[in-house]
Write a protein that binds this ligand. Structure first.
Ligand code: CA
Length: 229
């Protein structure tokens, strides 16, 4: 089965160049030249990976990504025109798997595509619904609910909750959570884990009057029990 890549890029020459190179590598390629078309194509199709330009007419790449992530977990590599830190940070926080800054070499892009496809395939294996008490998280559908009530979680909150549920009853250190959810090269505030744990508690424990997310002093966090406070 052929690996299908969607290119969302408004610079016609670059889009054409990428299409030719990716076809040459044996990928099936579809192109979209603006954000709105790109989003519609991405939602309608069954792509293995999306190359998404940030600076797009109509709907910019970050907005496309935000709307896409509400529906799908397909790997996305952002193409950023400038070395804009904000684009990268907000892009990764919104669930981009990787980014590459223009101008880039085709070899580097191909390597990143292979890495993102491998990671995507590994993630797809973990499709079982994760549960703890009344809490249920479906990694494949990217949905979470407590007692049947849907939870509105950001991408990072979802990933943090997923990590805790995958390791139910096993204490997760801040470092382990930081690495898994924010990545090896995360250079921001180290208390980001505590901040996001607080968000999760507000949305689950506080909202439903339960206690699922436990602090293990000096160690980290664990999700356990049936929620009895
Ligand atoms: Ca562009």
């Amino acid at each position: 089965m052929c690996t299908h890549i969607l290119i969302v890029e408004d610079e016609a020459r670059l889009a054409r160049f990428l299409e030719l190179e990716l076809c040459h590598e044996g990928y099936a390629v579809t192109c979209a030249a603006d954000g709105r078309t790109g989003l519609e194509t991405a939602l309608a199709g069954n792509f293995d990976l999306i190359l998404l330009d940030v600076m797009l007419p109509g709907l910019n790449g970050l907005e496309v990504l935000r709307r896409l992530r509400a529906e799908k977990d397909v790997p996305v590599i952002l193409l950023t025109a400038r070395d804009a830190v904000m684009d990268k940070v907000s892009g990764l926080d919104m669930g981009a798997n990787d980014y590459i800054t223009k101008p880039f070499s085709i070899e580097e892009l191909l390597a990143r595509i292979r890495a993102a496809l491998r990671a995507g395939a590994a993630a797809a294996k973990k499709t079982a619904v994760l549960r703890c008490g009344e809490l249920a998280l479906d990694p494949a559908r990217h949905t979470a609910a407590y007692g049947g009530t849907a939870l509105q979680l950001t991408y990072k909150e979802f990933l943090l909750l997923q990590t805790l549920l995958e390791n139910r009853d096993i204490v997760q250190t801040r470092d382990a959570l930081l690495e898994r959810v924010w990545g090896y090269d995360y250079a921001g505030e180290t208390n980001v884990v505590d901040v996001y744990i607080r968000y999760l508690r507000q949305k689950i424990d506080d909202r439903f009057g339960v206690k699922l997310i436990h602090t293990v002093r000096g160690l980290g966090y664990v999700i356990k029990g049936d929620g009895a406070p």
